[in-house]
Design a protein around this ligand. Structure first.
Ligand code: CMP
Length: 221
């Protein structure tokens, strides 16, 4: 009983369910599981149809080719959800999802989720709004990849990840050059070259694998 109550406290703070008055309808149908860092929860192309909600931790959405080359589509954190597409359109999983840190995920089956959506149409509205946001972001990323050069994409990725700490822009997450390349849709070699050039130019420094941006990055390279 107390487990269900604490699950309700968690779910009520998840944006997908924020307008829901009867949160116990959802909590009774949800299972919670811990996934350690670097666990692939969903494989692109799989046939499955559960919805996952991130209670704590972080995960990445990505697509990859046969050589293992990856393009990261989105980073997800607490309160985000994934797996809604196969649940709605009954097609194979459109992308893969891997945890970036130890994560607690809630799962709800397709039949239970559809049942909840029919009872609480607010969930369907919230889901549609999120799908629009994701489509807009994907369109923007597509535009960057098709119409922008590699340097600009790397600079944009760095600035998007940076947080201001003591008047400096710092990327607190320790990233490999390959991680940055996967996010920017470019090659590891190019990331290495650009980071070296920016470091030599005094634009950034790398301390303990954390990138510190010291001044506005150049508009082009
Ligand atoms: P599904 O296709 O069931 O499984 C993979 C999940 O990745 C998908 O549902 C979405 O939740 C998520 N996903 C796929 N493409 C994108 C995208 N372009 N932006 C954000 N999330 C995505």
């Amino acid at each position: 009983m107390s487990e269900i109550n604490s699950l309700e406290n968690i779910l009520v703070n998840i944006p997908l369910f924020s307008n829901l008055k009867e949160i116990d309808d959802i909590s009774k149908l949800t299972h919670i599981k811990t996934y350690v860092k670097n666990t692939t929860v969903i494989n692109e192309g799989d046939i499955s149809d559960s919805l996952y909600i991130i209670i704590s931790g972080r995960a990445k959405v990505f697509i990859s080719d046969e050589q293992g080359k990856e393009l990261m589509l989105k980073s997800l954190g607490k309160g985000d959800y994934f797996g809604e597409m196969s649940l709605l359109d009954e097609s194979p999983r459109s992308a893969s999802i891997t945890t970036l840190e130890d994560s607690l995920l809630a799962t709800i089956s397709k039949s239970n989720f559809i049942q909840c959506m029919l009872k609480h149409p607010d969930i369907a509205i919230s889901l549609s709004t999120e799908l629009c946001k994701r489509l807009r972001l994907t369109t923007e990323n597509l535009k960057d990849i098709a119409l922008t050069d590699g340097y600009s994409r790397i600079a944009k990725t760095l600035l998007q990840m940076a947080e201001v700490q003591n008047d400096k822009k710092i990327i607190a997450r320790k990233l490999t050059h390959q991680n940055i390349a996967n996010m920017a849709g470019t090659s590891r070699e190019m990331v290495t070259r650009i980071l070296n050039d920016l470091t030599q130019g005094g634009y950034l420094s790398i301390e303990d694998k954390k990138i510190i941006i010291h001044k506005s990055l150049p508009g082009g390279w």
